[in-house]
Design a protein around this ligand. Sequence first.
Ligand code: CP
Length: 333
Amino acid sequence: MLKGRHIIEPGDLSTRELDRLFGLAEDIIKEPEKYKEVCRGKILATLFFEPSTRTRLSFEAAMLRLGGSTLGFADPGSSSTTKGESLTDTIRVVSSYADAIAMRTPKEGAALLASQVSSVPVINAGDGGHHHPTQTLTDLLTIRAYKGSTEGLTIGLCGDLKFGRTVHSLCKALARYPRNRFVLISPPELEIPDYIISRVFKPSGVQFTQVRRLEEAIADLDVLYMTRVQKERFFNEQDYVRLKDSYVLDAEKMNIARKDLTVLHPLPRVNEIATEIDSDPRAAYFPQVKYGMFARMALIASLLGVDGLEPEKPMEIDAGKPARGGARGGKKK
Ligand code: CP
């Protein structure tokens, strides 16, 4: 169903496709042995033009656990981009070597541009402050595991809602499931971009409120999604220092939260969750990391057409053309 597609933003997958992917990820969790050879002979390239621990390593772990191989770089300083090679030329070259490309860049829109010249599927592993769709798969799979559903939830998003690309991608995805309600908790300087309100929440009639204090909101939440203030996207150090500790989730605030709250964080955390919370059963941010690997296993297997859900056919490789199909052809709901 997803074979050969590019994944640039959460809207590239319909809710039906998302739910099928989660079903596959849950089967991989249950019976990993069944999937340990399905990508034998396939290669995933990981091109990271921006630092990462979880996303790059979980993509690589995912491919290795499917029996495939990986190549790529974590430091663009070791690639020919330092000699002035363009992103599009780099992608054309790497898509001659690999069966899929996972890439992260600091530039919004770079993954979309890459998908237009790649002959193999491109997976956006984060483009600036824009999108991070595989973090969204991670977040939704974790929510399914903890809450049993991705519908009818009150979700608090707290911290840097302006620059946090994981927040933008998660809002877009959760707004497509019925009866979800959002509580947006941020200082005025780090409010969610207007386009999320005008183009995501309002057209779908999604309920949302904006508040300044976490204490005002926490008691009502099913899910609390904490975020780091994104230092790397600030134009001046002074503003970052002023805003970086706007919210700190600690035991005192957890005392007024519900017993069935689920606390998520895309990580890395800096100060926004006190380590005293780590042993609280409501803290799901370390298990979330593992769900991310399983979500990426399901995605890679599906994009390479080896997930067992479709008839097995060899991947078409045509070095001269963008990958066929392509989610960019139309948004799905
Ligand atoms: N959540 C996330 O994207 O982490 P990394 O930056 O370490 O990949």
